[in-house]
Design a protein around this ligand. Structure first.
Ligand code: GTP
Ligand code: MG
Length: 335
């Protein structure tokens, strides 16, 4: 044959990369959807400022962090200065306001670890979750958003990984797999490790943004417009990056000792975090440090069973991406 093995692989990549890019594009919310979301948020904001003096709404999660695929739910945080009421009471009051405005399926989940009210807007069909005084989530959403502005490959990689995780049913924290937030942190950390690096470590640079939330000081460099060329020395395509991402989690990550840390742009050891044994329900079988709440391991939900499921899915993805056939279809086949 005229083609060597290396050439065959390269030809494959040349068709595979555009296929991935077009899947990525199909996941981006349409202009129409973005406008619908804006209209809904304006309405909600008016409603709350009218009926609840001193209350403010902040957007967080996938609508605020630039990692929202189409038809995502909207995450909103209600900020109120009221030390006399519990979060459950504040959630109840919010639920009352929503019901009086004829919102549908208003449910106040007051006993959840994070109390929230869930509802549907009848005009737009949008589903929304509102939590109370969770400003750390607002700040970490901004951090993710700022990272997404540095290199377009982060958003592409994260969309594809989130899509894979949803299709393969490994994006279900109540069943012991990982949150979307955890997957995006894994993508950021992975791009910080490429050589040359595709992303910097914003928390290790001179801070231009600083806020204190409770006892936690959040500070990092947020003038990301000045970093648009940061990753351009690295020419890796999204097909290569996606393949290496899954190979890393399938075969190279040191699950016994390593903690991935976006905050430091490097690896920490489980020993130094004291994440070496099971405490209560937290097992630390895969360790992902929260960038601000550094005692918080986003892998804590993973148990003996789900770690197997996850690692098998990472291996399946890596195999499909290396060997095909038709990786752009097979990778996302529903579980
Ligand atoms: P989709 O809804 O799946 O599209 O993704 P999402 O970006 O909304 O992510 P997810 O639902 O996992 O989380 C929403 C937001 O909650 C995240 O952006 C974080 O700001 C916050 N969050 C989620 N999990 C945690 C957690 O364990 N700790 C903290 N501090 N924040 C979290
Ligand atoms: Mg969400």
């Amino acid at each position: 044959s005229l083609l060597t093995k290396g050439d065959v692989q390269r030809l494959d990549l040349e068709t595979f990369n555009p296929q991935l890019i077009s899947i990525y594009k199909s996941l981006i919310p349409s202009q129409e959807e973005v406008q619908k979301q804006r209209k809904f948020l304006t309405h909600l904001d008016r409603l709350v400022t009218r009926d609840w003096g001193g209350a403010k709404l902040f957007l967080f999660g996938s609508c605020a962090n630039d990692f929202g695929v189409c038809n995502s739910d909207i995450d909103v945080c209600l900020s109120v200065d009221d030390e006399h009421s519990s979060k459950a009471e504040l959630v109840m009051r919010m639920a009352g306001i929503l019901r009086s405005d004829d919102m549908q399926n208003v449910q106040a989940l007051t006993h959840a670890r994070v109390p929230i009210v869930k509802f549907t807007d009848p005009d737009t069909g949008i589903n929304c979750d509102i939590c109370v005084n969770n400003m750390l989530a607002v700040v970490n959403s901004k951090l993710l958003h700022d990272y997404s502005q540095v290199d377009p490959r982060l958003r592409q990689l994260a969309f594809l990984v989130k899509h894979w995780a949803k299709q393969r049913q490994v994006n279900e924290t109540y069943r012991g797999t990982l949150s979307s937030y955890a997957y995006v942190l894994m993508c950021i950390h992975f791009l910080q490790q490429r050589r040359p690096a595709i992303l910097p470590c914003l928390q290790k640079m001179q801070p231009t943004y600083e806020v204190t939330v409770g006892k936690i000081k959040c500070a990092y460099f947020d003038k990301v417009n000045t970093l648009k060329n940061f990753g351009t020395g690295n020419k890796e395509s999204i097909a290569e990056l996606l393949t290496c991402f899954f190979e890393y989690w399938a075969s190279f990550h040191d699950y016994n000792h390593a903690v991935i840390s976006v905050r430091t742009g490097s690896f920490l050891s489980k020993d130094e975090k004291d994440w070496t044994r099971r405490i209560g329900n937290e097992r630390h079988l895969i360790c992902i440090e929260d960038p601000f709440e550094i005692t918080h391991d986003l892998g804590r939900v993973v148990d003996r069973h789900s770690i197997r499921v996850l690692r098998d899915e990472f291996k399946r993805a890596a195999r499909i991406l290396r060997q095909g056939p038709n990786p752009a279809v097979a990778l996302f086949e529903p579980f």
